[in-house]
Design a protein around this ligand. Structure first.
Ligand SMILES: Nc1ncnc2c1ncn2[C@@H]1O[C@H](COP(=O)(O)OP(=O)(O)OP(=O)(O)O)[C@@H](O)[C@H]1O
Length: 268
């Protein structure tokens, strides 16, 4: 099945808290195509609409203008999204009163994965993420990296076609984050999912992505393909050159956003 994503004219506004003020337009007619099995990182200054984009793509927020299609199948205003989706957030969002394994069961209970497959799926992902020995542990007994691995197991267990990740490694130390990036790339290579990954980190983006999309004020400022072959090395000058380009685009976007904010505050 084709699980590519086509976004056309995506526009999202939030009403202003002040009565007579115009709504705040966060996504501004955004067009983006993400291929089936592509790994795309989205980067952009704070407030440029990254999480809003992810919320609309994932169906958490369906109050927008424009069109989102998954392999040609449209996201509708209500009902189930056209593909199975997995999410990973900055904090692991585990249920503290349940063991690691029961946290995964909880996600499976709310999915349409048949029960007879659960044991194999759990074995597979607990093994893959090195958490086999911790299945009976509770979240407070896990390190930050382990807890984030568990939330990855939980996201993958429901066998999503598309994985949405909102700064999932930004709260971790760099060594743990590096290990998890390698784990994630390994899982991506084996399972062929489409991944949309939000980050503030240009090194992380270029290490992971097929393509980096830099957002600015609710639009795409630039798309930068990363053609450096995998496995990639952070010390590779070719990778460093791309991440410098990504960082420069990011900084230009942030400066543009600052100027826009200054113009707005002059008006008021
Ligand atoms: N529920 C909401 N109601 C009103 N405004 C909102 C809401 N959610 C987001 N916004 C506004 O939309 C803009 C974009 O927010 P969003 O969280 O998408 O940015 P972001 O790029 O993910 O930022 P960050 O990198 O800081 O997480 C911000 O100005 C924010 O205040």
């Amino acid at each position: 099945m084709d699980n590519g994503i086509r976004i056309q004219g995506l526009t999202k506004s939030f009403p202003s808290p002040r009565k007579h003020e115009a709504a705040h337009r966060v996504l501004n007619g955004l067009d983006l195509t993400i291929e089936d099995n592509e790994f795309v990182c989205v980067l952009g200054p704070s407030g440029c609409g990254k999480s809003t984009l992810l919320n609309t793509l994932s169906g958490l927020d369906r109050d927008y203008d424009g069109e989102i299609r998954f392999g040609g199948r449209p996201m509708t205003r209500a009902g189930k999204p056209p593909v199975r989706m997995g999410y990973l957030f900055q904090d692991p969002r585990l249920l503290p009163w349940l063991s690691a394994e029961r946290n995964v069961d909880f996600a499976l209970e709310n999915s349409d994965v048949p029960r007879h497959r659960w044991a194999d799926i759990k074995d597979h992902y607990f093994q893959l993420t090195g958490l086999q020995a911790f299945r009976r542990h509770h979240p407070h007994e896990l390190s930050g990296g382990m807890a984030q691995r568990l939330s990855l197991v939980r996201a993958l267990a429901i066998e999503p076609d598309v994985l949405f990740m909102d700064e999932p490694f930004s709260g971790l130390d760099e060594l743990t984050a590096r290990r998890l990036r390698v784990d994630l790339l390994d899982i991506w290579r084996r399972t062929g999912k489409t991944i949309v990954f939000i980050t503030h980190n240009s090194y992380e983006a270029t290490f992971l992505a097929d393509r980096v999309v830099v957002l600015s004020q609710g639009r795409i400022r630039r798309e930068i393909p990363v053609t450096v072959p995998r496995p990639r090395d952070y010390d590779d000058p070719a990778l460093f050159a791309v991440s410098k380009e990504v960082a420069a685009t990011f900084i230009a976007a942030a400066e543009e956003a600052e100027r826009a904010r200054a113009r707005l505050s002059e008006k008021h």
